[in-house]
Design a protein around this ligand. Sequence first.
Ligand code: F6P
Length: 537
Amino acid sequence: MGEIWSELRAHNAAKVQSKILELFNKSDRVAKFSARADGLYFDFSKTQLDDGALSLLLELARVKGVEARRAAMFSGEKINETEGRAVLHTALRAASGLILVDGEDVMPVVLATRARCLDFAQAVRDGSIVGQGGSYTDVINIGIGGSDLGPKMATLALAPYHDGPRVHYVSNVDGADINDALQGLDPERTLVIVASKTFTTIETMTNARTARDWMARTVTDPSKQFVALSSATDKAGEFGIPPGRTFGFEDWVGGRYSLWGPIGLGLMIAVGAQAFQHFLDGAAAMDRHFQDADLADNLPVLLALVGMWHNQVQGHATRAVLPYDNRLSRLPAYLQQLEMESNGKSVAMDGSALAMNSGPVVWGEPGTNGQHAFYQLIHQGTRVVPCEFLVAAKGHEPELAHHHRLLVANCLAQSEALMRGRSLDEAREMMAAKGLEGAELARQAAHRVFSGNRPSTTLLYDQLTPFTLGQIIALYEHRVFVEGVILGINSFDQWGVELGKELAVALEPVLSGADEGAGKDGSTLALVAAVRAAGGI
Ligand code: F6P
């Protein structure tokens, strides 16, 4: 196994100088280094991967048991070993089937809960469930992390399908977030969704209590304006939200994988049952592709392998996700949790230290905005940043087709520029044509050189429909899974977020002055003192 990694590194070392552009001298380059699934087209030909590297990577996936682990996940085995849980977000989008956890079929409850959520969403939309002041005009989803990023990203992505009440998302414990969200809303016509798998997350519970106090100013029974989405239905009850207004899910749905079930309620209310069902169908289509396609044609597998080539083999620590689709502007933030909370780990499943880099730093912004911000570094910085472009063939604004043409031209031009670059000779020629000569020509030309040979991939889809969005998100989920299996880590726990939470709880009384903070370091105590001196808390 270690041998395959060594072979990959040796292969990379031997080819590191090779030019991506020259790989296209072989006429079958594009066909070999691209793959399709149900209308998605993934092009990874603008990378340094060649036949040899790709077959080693595919061999790695096989040897690491991706296929067996995939079967284990879909069948409900407890592959989240540090928490002793199955990993079954795929069940949330399945149309039917038999999936056993502890000997019990989970599907009847999944289907019944889906129907309940969709019925509730429909009732909110058509006004058969109303607030104290009449039909709901606004919905606020209070949640954080997986209880916010997924539904918020998807709600924005599917804006052309909105025909329900306005849906807002509040996540930050910073009072500015809820304060700004509540401005101009009528408590009597606002529905508050408290979304928290555990129903203990301090940010969410603090915001939920603030929303309840706001409601109580004019609403006689605020609990009637609330719903809860949680695995801890008892805790929702303690908060005052009755079982009839609580939508539960099992512990085998990880927070960052949860938008397919009750956590998607805000999206269901925004776009309605039919569009939400198409969203699930898209994800289910990707699930089938992931299970059935040969590894060499398998989009999630290929995305994972290309990413590992760049990160674990070539040593590029970050990856930019660049959607040329403004409605996917929250996709990078969503992927930061999905990828970094899942695969940002330095311990293997068996407790030993990871022998290589964990998953990459994922970041990005939509194009073309990013072009006018950080692309300078991507093109001419000293570090190589593999780029992942996403773009639709069609926009949703046919009357603005010229905008879309420009958007696509920019997207394709960026990947071309990254690969092609501009040589010193070309730069000199350009400056000479502008009339420069001698030392000034040399100096100015040097600044206009692009090394090129910078890798990128492009995911092209027809249009950002609910179905396509479902496919894309499921594609990324499975990519993370494959990467985790190859790294030998557990992608489904998140112990790394605990320490900061514990310390925050311990610091609150220090900030309020109730505790002196004995044992705290000098930096922390000085910062606390400065905040207290400012009198803001
Ligand atoms: O702190 C990380 C985390 O546990 C995430 O994994 C999760 O999505 C988020 O907090 C919110 O958790 P909950 O849905 O339980 O409020």
